[in-house]
Structures are given as structure tokens and as C-alpha cells.
Design a binder for this molecule. Structure first.
Ligand SMILES: C[S@@+](CC[C@H](N)C(=O)[O-])C[C@H]1O[C@@H](n2cnc3c(N)ncnc32)[C@H](O)[C@@H]1O
Ligand code: SF4
Length: 373
């Protein structure tokens, strides 16, 4: 069985750690050893890609951490190495932090082969940015955005968060307005969550009341729709033709290879009794990864987990996925979703022609997923 295949590359360093963030990111100390990390990534990629046909990869995501701490030349060398495996049309995204790109020439990243930028704006309110521990102010977001456009990027995402400490719905809308004014093709609009083991979990900031967050969401949905954006996933909004192909592949339960410190992968292999899904992970500590870039943990996923993971991804999409793709991507019969699927359809929470919620069910996504647990 051949599924779309993506490649995720993790860059685990940031200028400093933001208090809300639980991604595998570490404050950079001294000089970044770009050559050493590139060497490890190339070894890692060569091994991981051995079994992959050439021109097989449909998207690459250079994520972090803060990949924009790395020079364009480092990405160019990596992408030259990956070139035989990449589809000519592959979407190649790099995450950038406005605090690290202010003075950079983005055309060099474009020439290296990157064709999409995801810029971490988070907010345009100077006090919020400070509270979020960001290394930039609102001015740097706008400068970075201008440089990205001047560098020739026509596909740009802005990451924005709402439900920030003591934020009012008017302030959240102001952030959205400033983001829209820049004219990105895509906006990822995330509600701030307090993740265990983060600084915010230890010293919980005062978050807006649930009712206020609901007002933010309703007004935000209206504003984004009026501005020509379509919501296609819980937090993802895009203009026509600019959905994030890489993330779509995750949500549609495609396969992906993960390389770099702490990267995760998912691969489907043909087994004697049907497809077997394996999850892979790399050592999270950059020091350990640099010493052992070929170390990969593998774990076969059980049928019950597969079915649940499929639903947890597919039902995040506003349109869900076709019923056929369940068996094609999990190897399990559709009947394994019964009787819950039919019950939810009868309650008006799920469609019965696709694996998708109804508009009503989408507003109660957690409850829908709970029923499958
Ligand atoms: C891996 S981060 C990478 C972006 C880049 N390092 C930056 O911060 O500018 C991806 C995005 O996840 C979002 N994010 C991170 N932690 C979050 C949290 N606790 N709640 C909601 N969104 C979060 C932020 O919007 C962030 O830009
Ligand atoms: S810059 Fe991004 S990845 Fe780094 S700590 Fe902050 S949110 Fe996390």
C-alpha cells in the first residue's frame, strides 16, 4: 500500500524558552554548531530514506524550535541532499521566529528551495509578547513579514494565539485585525493551552473566563470568514488553494518520516496479515541525538490505537475524510467503528456518508471523540 509520504525535520534550539511552550526546544548556548547538526541530519535522512522511492516525498516541514536560527546555506545543503526523494512540486515549509529574522535576507532561504514560511507572531500587543516571553515586539513581526515577501515567498502562514492571560475579546480581535492587515495566505489561530511541565503550569497566569473565550472564537470565526479565509481544521484557516499540505497529510493519516532531535514518524508497512503501522522517535536531547543520530525507537501500534488515532486526526478536519480512506489507511474494516458511528449519526453529531462530524458535532468534537474511547 502506498500512502502519501512527508518528511518532518526538527531543529531543537531557540533563543530562549517561552513559558507556555512544551515543544522539544532548548535555549541555545554559545554558537550553534550548524555543521555538526547538518551532518547528523544528513546521516539520519540517508538511513531513513533508504526504503523510500525517489520523488516520493510530497512535503517537508522544517520545524522547531527555531529553524530560522540556521543559515540559508545549511538548508540548501540539506535540501540538495534530499533532492532525489522530493516531488518537484513538494511544499517545503520553514518555521521562523520574528526575533531571529529581522535583519535576514529571505531570498536566500527561497533560493535554497524553501517555498513556504510559517512565522510565529503570537500577538501584536507589546505587553502580551513580553508576558509570553517572546524575543520580539510587534514591529519585528511586520519587518519580518515584509522581508519574507521581499524574499519572494508567496505562501506565508502566521501563527497567532488567543485566550492569552487577561486578554479581552476586543484585544484578541485587534490581534487578528493586525494579522489580517499583513495579508498572509494562511493563519493558524491557536487557543493558548497550559501544558504540563511548562513555566506557565508552575506559575499559572490568569486566563480569560470561558465565556470571554467563546466570544473571541465566535467573533474570530466571523472575521476570518469575512476576510476570505476558510477554516479547514480546528485551528487552521487558509485562503483558497493555500491549505498546509504537510499538516493535511498528518490529519488524513498519511505517512511521515521524522528526522532530527526528538522527531516523530509514522510508517505503514505491509505485514503478512495486512498493514502494520509503526511509530518512530528520535532521541530528544540534542546532545544525545548529535552523538547517535541513527538511534530510532520503533513501536508497533495496536488496532485499537490505530482506529482512535485515525479519528483524532480525521475529525479535526471540517470536512473529515472519505469513508474509504479508513480501511485504506488503517487496514481495519469500517465495521470496527460501529455501533458508535451510527449512534453518533443518529444523534446528528456525525455524517453517515463520510468520516466527518456535522457542523453541530464539530462544536462538540471532544464529546464525539470520547464516545469512541
Ligand atoms: C513549534 S512552535 C514554532 C514557532 C516558532 N518557534 C515561534 O514560536 O515563533 C508552533 C506554534 O505553536 C503554537 N503554540 C506553542 N505552544 C502553544 C500553547 N501552549 N498553546 C497554544 N499554542 C501554542 C505557537 O503559536 C507556535 O508558533
Ligand atoms: S520560540 Fe517557538 S518553539 Fe521556541 S520556545 Fe518559543 S514557542 Fe517554543
Amino acid at each position: 500500500m502506498s500512502l502519501p509520504l512527508s518528511l518532518y525535520v526538527h531543529f531543537p534550539w531557540c533563543v530562549r524558552k517561552c513559558p507556555y511552550c512544551d515543544f522539544n526546544s532548548h535555549p541555545v548556548r554559545g554558537n550553534l554548531d550548524q555543521t555538526g547538526y547538518l551532518k547528523a541530519l544528513v546521516m539520519d535522512a540517508s538511513t531513513a530514506l533508504q526504503a523510500v522511492p525517489t520523488r516520493g516525498i510530497t512535503s517537508v516541514f522544517l520545524g522547531g524550535g527555531t529553524p530560522s536560527l540556521f543559515d540559508p546555506g545549511t538548508f540548501e545543503k540539506l535540501l540538495v541532499h534530499l533532492h532525489p526523494w522530493l516531488n518537484p512540486e513538494a511544499e517545503i515549509t520553514m518555521e521562523a521566529n520574528p526575533g531571529t529574522v529581522e535583519y535576514q535576507d529571505f531570498s536566500a532561504y527561497r533560493e535554497a528551495g524553501i517555498n513556504r514560511i510559517s512565522l510565529g507572531a503570537q500577538s501584536f500587543d507589546p505587553a502580551q509578547l513580553k508576558q509570553l516571553g517572546r524575543v520580539h515586539g510587534p514591529g519585528e513581526i511586520c519587518t519580518a513579514f515584509e522581508r519574507i515577501r521581499a524574499g519572494g515567498f508567496e505562501n506565508v502562514n502566521l501563527d497567532l494565539m488567543y485566550g492569552l492571560p487577561e486578554q479581552t475579546s476586543a484585544e484578541a480581535m485587534d490581534d487578528l485585525e493586525r494579522a489580517l492587515a499583513l495579508g498572509p495566505e494562511h493563519i493558524s489561530w491557536y487557543q493558548l493551552t497550559i501544558e504540563p511541565k511548562t513555566e506557565f503550569a508552575r506559575r499559572r497566569p490568569p486566563l480569560p473566563a470561558e465565556g470571554e473565550v467563546e466570544v473571541m472564537e465566535a467573533s474570530g470565526r466571523e472575521r476570518l470568514t469575512a476576510a476570505g479565509f476558510q477554516r479547514y481544521e480546528v485551528s487552521a484557516w487558509s485562503r483558497q488553494g493555500h491549505k498546509c499540505e504537510h499538516n493535511l497529510n498528518y490529519w488524513r493519516f498519511g505517512d511521515y518520516i521524522g528526522i532530527g532531535a526528538g522527531a516523530h514518524g509514522k510508517l505503514t508497512r505491509g505485514g503478512p496479515s495486512g498493514p502494520e503501522i509503526v511509530r518512530t522517535s528520535k532521541p530528544a536531547q540534542p546532545r544525545v541525538y548529535l552523538a547517535e543520530p541513527l538511534e530510532t525507537r520503533q513501536r508497533a501500534v495496536s488496532d485499537v490505537e490505530i482506529s482512535l488515532e485515525f479519528l483524532m486526526n480525521a475529525l479535526r478536519l471540517t470536512d473529515g475524510v472519505s469513508a474509504d480512506s479508513f480501511t485504506a489507511r488503517t487496514g481495519l474494516p469500517l465495521s470496527s467503528l460501529e455501533p458508535t458511528w451510527s449512534e453518533l449519526a443518529e444523534m446528528g453529531l456525525m455524517r453517515n456518508d463520510r468520516i466527518a462530524t456535522t457542523a453541530f458535532g464539530y462544536r462538540h468534537l471532544d464529546a464525539v471523540l470520547q464516545r469512541f474511547l
